[in-house]
Design a binder for this molecule. Structure first.
Ligand code: NDP
Ligand code: 8X3
Length: 251
């Protein structure tokens, strides 16, 4: 019987790359995101390519009732979830605290923090049953605060705290909790952050070779391949030209 991975935010970036990687490694995959058309096309692509099964679960992680309805409605054999990748998330804007948009703050907190909590809580019975593995996408922005990062950084500091706290509280269930904290990775992240401004988005990666979704997915997959008694608790992954959230050596 194949293992099952649940990936939130799998229509782009790290989530999509994880869907491809875990499928390639023989997992059945549950993919979530708001863009149903993309979910459908990823399903058809990876089912054909890797001969595994994919279940699409379109919902907005901010919608608490919908999260619980969709997850509680999972039917066998999809309830035997071994790995949860809490990946859905975003940054909106890069503005001084006094200039920032409060709606952007709400969206980041609702998605990156509350959405992650809702999905995790809804999946808890399944993960307890399998002694599963939770991987939370934090960020270097959850390790150091940078200028104009205010609430995005705060949301990722919250993810850091939630990962630590899950690790303690879920110890008695034998559940592994791994915090994955990437630096600059070229996905749709900056396009979303800068509201579709391609030039601004590209400039984030000036003078360095950014991580790709596949780089991060490979590392996430690796964390799930370790023996049952071994857990990577906290992992920071950056382009070689990036030291942390602040210091870069750009060409
Ligand atoms: P992308 O923008 O490429 O992908 C984000 C994914 O999240 C999409 O699939 C999107 O799907 C989904 N998503 C966003 N909001 C929601 C929502 N409300 N409900 C369900 N799904 C949602 O970004 P990345 O792949 O780069 O980012 C993934 C995670 O990694 C995020 O948590 C981000 O903060 C974090 N991260 C990113 C870094 C980077 O440099 N790229 C570095 C460090 C961390 P849809 O729009 O279809 O709902
Ligand atoms: C995304 C990386 O440094 O742009 O979390 O915040 S950063």
């Amino acid at each position: 019987m194949r293992k099952i991975v649940f990936i939130s935010g799998a229509t782009a970036g790290f989530g999509k790359a994880c869907a491809e990687k875990f499928a390639k490694e023989g997992y059945d995959v549950i993919i979530n995101g708001r863009r149903e058309e993309r979910l459908r096309s990823i399903k058809s692509e990876i089912e054909t390519q890797y001969g595994i099964s994919v279940l699409t679960l379109a919902f907005d992680v901010r919608d608490r009732d919908m999260v619980f309805e969709k997850i509680n409605g999972l039917e066998e054999p999809w309830r035997k979830i071994n790995v949860l990748i809490n990946n859905a998330g975003l940054a909106l804007g890069r503005d001084y605290f006094d200039d920032a948009d409060i709606d952007d703050w709400d969206t980041m907190i609702d998605t990156n923090v509350k959405g992650l909590l809702y999905v995790s809580k809804a999946l808890m019975p399944f993960l307890i049953a399998t002694k599963g593995h939770i991987l939370n996408l934090g960020s270097v922005a959850g390790k150091e605060v940078y200028d104009k990062g205010n609430v995005y950084c705060a949301s990722k500091f919250a993810v850091d705290a939630i990962s630590k706290s899950m690790r303690i509280d879920l110890l008695r269930h034998g559940i592994k909790v791994t915090a994955i904290n990437p630096g600059a990775a070229e996905t749709e992240f900056s396009l979303v952050r800068f509201n579709g401004d391609e030039e601004k988005a590209r400039s984030v990666y000036n003078g360095l070779q950014p991580l790709t979704g596949a780089d991060v997915a490979d590392v996430i997959y690796y964390c799930t391949t370790l023996p049952a008694h071994v857990c990577i608790n906290d992992l920071v992954i950056c382009p070689t030209r990036q030291a942390d959230a602040i210091y870069f050596n750009r060409k």
